[in-house]
Design a protein around this ligand. Sequence first.
Ligand SMILES: [Zn+2]
Length: 291
Amino acid sequence: MYESFSQDVKNEIVSSHVKNKCCKKAFLRGMIFGTNPSDETALYLESENPSVVMHYAKLIKEITGRRKENDISFTAITDSDRLNELCTLLEIDGVNATDAPISGCDECIRAFVRGAFLTCGTVTYPENSYHMEFLVRGSERAEMLMSLLDEMGTNPKLIERRSGFYGVYFKDSESVLDMFGILGANKATFKMLDVKMYKDFRNNINRLNNCEMANMGKTAAAYETTMRAIEKIIASDKLDTLPDELKATLDLRAAFPSATLKELAEMHTPPITKSGVNHRLKKIEQFAEKL
Ligand SMILES: [Zn+2]
């Protein structure tokens, strides 16, 4: 299992440039949305990925115009004035109002979704299963995200997770690939196509092998039965009572144990067909059974 696929996707998202100011705001709003703020008076960002934190800091700096590092603690904003200032700039009524309708350009919704993925999104490495999920607090907020994703032509599903949290998720390869397109995660797309192709190829090979092995198993079992019948007939002294044509086949089978049925058929004088050999071998087996 490849653990950091989510982080790879997040690194790709932060490394791509967001042009418009409106989109930057929508992106930051998405990031705040994904932090699932639980109270009005503070904003906390938790991320194991430093580039996500840096991107968040960069956006806040750009949008608020605060340049100095020490002006802002990025991972925890508890100062109410600063929080109000940020919300005003993002045109929202508070940190819990990030699910208000998004106005702006055509790209703003996409920017919001990308931001949200950074703070509440995960995706599994496609080797075992396909699963992308946004973990969202509150059913209304989850439904808001679903309708945005719907608008972009995807087909998300909703599941209730732990206390008050909902998973907005995709679990088929087509949807996850569509989402990579929306997130602008091209490397992840290629990686997934690569793994998917290898996986499909391997499944085909497995199917082929299973099928071939089943046939080989059947052939081996049939061969075993024939050889045991022949041994039994020879040991029984009843070989001479066997009809001539069956005796000829028995002799050939005993003399050439590794020959295929087709080869055995051609060794007969005159040659017979493969199914003819098969038929005679069955009769030999029936003869042995009666002994
Ligand atoms: Zn925009």
